[in-house]
Design a binder for this molecule. Structure first.
Ligand code: COA
Length: 252
């Protein structure tokens, strides 16, 4: 099995073209590298070092399930609710300097000078990935990027942001769900629109166009295929495509 260090990951991210000062949303698989000396913390250290103290790293700490609805409303505790998006985000969110956004299904954790700005309005997002959400805000920053570490386009939550922008008719549940946020031991109830699960997607359909338009750079780090995508370009190009074919991201 390939073994890789934090320093090697850092160097490879620089070679890939990840600029210092970038705002990145990272979706990841730890096992994709082979063996990482130091595990999830070593990857987190490498990525934070790559963007430098002037950059901000965001990871999805999602807690959404297909069952969440008015009949099974989510209860979210930013301290105790574990995410299902992998060992790296679960480790990242527990760092003392990480700020976790207050959203009952689509929270993120962020570290860096823009962490507060990117996460602060998420609790007021009507839908999980709207303009105020970290996904929407990052996709409007010229130095916003999505970093895919050993995972494919199916992990890119930014596509759900664009589906919300385009008001894709298969994407949202009808009506509101009363969710509970547990903040400092106090239960706060708020109304949210939740995603509707069940429509199979094929986000990979966008990849050829992204490659053609220079939106994606790719490298291998250890055994991991790593892709860097320019977030505002994901938003702009996918929105154009969705407006001309509202089902372009759906499988059938
Ligand atoms: C689901 C997913 C997280 C699984 O990836 P994974 O690599 O199998 O799992 P993790 O990233 O949680 O890493 C833990 C695994 O890494 C491996 N591992 C443990 N220590 C390791 C080390 N030092 N070096 C490398 N791998 C190690 C183990 O196999 C471990 O699994 P185990 O806990 O069952 O033993 C990944 O495929 C994925 O989809 N990630 C993106 C999620 C996302 O952002 N979704 C957005 C949806 S809109």
């Amino acid at each position: 099995m390939t073994t890789i260090s934090s320093n090697e990951i850092h160097a490879a991210l620089g070679d890939l073209g990840l600029p210092t000062g970038a705002r990145i949303l990272m979706h990841s698989s730890l096992s994709s590298f082979g063996h990482v000396d130091g595990g999830a913390d070593a990857v987190i250290d490498a990525v934070l070092k790559a963007v430098d103290s002037s950059g901000t790293v965001v990871v999805p700490t999602l807690t959404a399930t297909a069952l969440h609805s008015p009949n099974d409303p989510p209860v979210f505790d930013p301290v105790n609710s574990a995410c299902w998006t992998g060992r790296i985000p679960e480790t990242f969110r527990k760092r003392p300097e990480a700020i976790r956004s207050l959203h009952p299904t689509h929270s993120v954790a962020a570290i860096g000078p823009d962490a507060e700005e990117l996460t602060s309005d998420h609790t007021f997002s009507i839908s999980p990935c709207d303009e105020k959400s970290p996904f929407g805000k990052l996709a409007q920053l010229e130095n916003g990027y999505v970093l895919l570490v050993g995972v494919g386009y199916d992990s890119v939550t930014t596509f759900h942001h664009v589906e919300e922008l385009a008001a894709a008719d298969y994407h949202m549940q009808k009506g509101f769900t009363k969710a509970t946020l547990v903040i400092d031991g106090e239960n706060i109830e708020r109304h949210y629109m939740l995603h509707q699960w069940g429509t199979a997607r094929d986000f990979n359909i966008m990849q050829p166009l992204f490659i053609e338009r220079g939106v994606q750079k790719m490298t291998r780090i250890g055994d991991s295929e790593v892709r860097l995508l320019h977030a505002p370009s994901i938003r702009q190009i996918t929105l154009e495509c969705l407006r001309s074919d509202s089902r372009i991201l759906c499988k059938d």
